[in-house]
Design a protein around this ligand. Sequence first.
Ligand code: PLP
Length: 465
Amino acid sequence: MKWDEFASWSKQIADWGAAYHTGLQDRPVRAQTKPGEIAAQLPSSPPAHGEDMAAILNDFDAIVMPGMTHWQHPRFFAYFPSNASPPSMLAEQLANTVAAQCMLWQTSPAATEMEGVMVDWLRQALGLAETYTGVIQDSASSATLSAVLTMRERATGYSGNRDGLSEKGHLRIYCSDQVHSSIDRACWVAGIGQANLVKIGTTGPHHAMDVAALEAAIAADRAAGHIPAGIIAITGGTGVGSTDVLGPILDVAKVHDLYTHLDAAWAGAAMICPEFHAQYWSDVDGFDSIVFNPHKWLGAQFDCSIQFLRDATPQLNTLKIEPEYLKTTGQAVTNYSEWTIPLGRRFRALKIWFLIRSYGLEGLRARIRNHVAWAAEVCDAIRELDGFEIVTEPILSLFSFRCPGDDGDQQRLVDALNDDGRIYLTQGSFKGRKIIRFQVGQFDTTRDDVMMAAAVIKDVWGQIK
Ligand code: PLP
């Protein structure tokens, strides 16, 4: 392709993008296709000769788009949001076009230096102490894996990478039973093992880790000759928004010299609003590692996850590897690939810069405050529906409910709603019962979109009950 053709197609795609986004509310939120339907329309072997871009784009519209679920749809209330604000999309277009691989300072100084500044902008925005530095990762799963590997190495005197784990005994990591599955997976991959991830029960209105039970579990493990290595806490868990009381967990960690990681992948974005700190963020500054995903609620296009580190040294001692071909000579610079598991790095800081400059923190706060207020309103509207029950009250903008009937009826309602297409919700489970989760957080959702959901739920339940 010649560059003048590239420019022409890029303009057409930009126009297509604006039309797509302004027409989203007329599409069903969740893809309405059956498994295999899209693959069946694709040739089973690759073309031997190049095709016209016009034909490729036609097929994109005809084959691909019907098979897409619309994450930027204003009535997306499933999972957590994956917000892509328009300025962050523009930044991604630029980063994709320059197409740099930003693994070292010298492979793109601007990307590295902007990353340092953006992490610090977000540190200030979230009210974290000046001691924190950090790094941009692809996902919270990667950040948590980095933290778990650091727990492992720190607890073994940084000998696990060198010697392997066969002689190390049982390293133990503690968390509540409300953590995201990325914590389990990090423990599998780090060689800790599921059996050594100790899940503690929860208490209180925010379903917080029971700290007395945490202390008892650590004491029992020590008595059994196991090696406690770290604690993972949550602010805003995936299921129902569980939020741990951070100070007492840090006190326990201090007594037992344990490394601490906080998963605020979703709720971290709301911490740009100072009024949420007292309830959700007190004592946060004691955590060794904190992860939050600007690609969820904040509006930085996927992927973009910040890992803040109180002291980067333990993670660098765990992950840094410097073969001759990656050395930078003669300059004291930061090479962020030494802080993470993958070597290759995208220019992710650019979209944070575009996002925050375009809206300002006040613009982003206004959106999040609206989402939290509208979640409370729609929760009350669902509470009023005949026979419906609110199972967990809103934590920030997430709550859960049940329709009349058993677990099977909950799934029937979720499936019927998603087949209907006007809104998109997902199920979860809490204390052994199936629940229907509802979160408000799509970047451009309006109060009308949110309140319409209660009417749609009533309507669809009326059709299937
Ligand atoms: N932690 C929490 C609380 C989450 O809700 C999620 C995903 O939704 C994750 C971690 C994993 O995030 P990622 O997809 O960035 O790995």
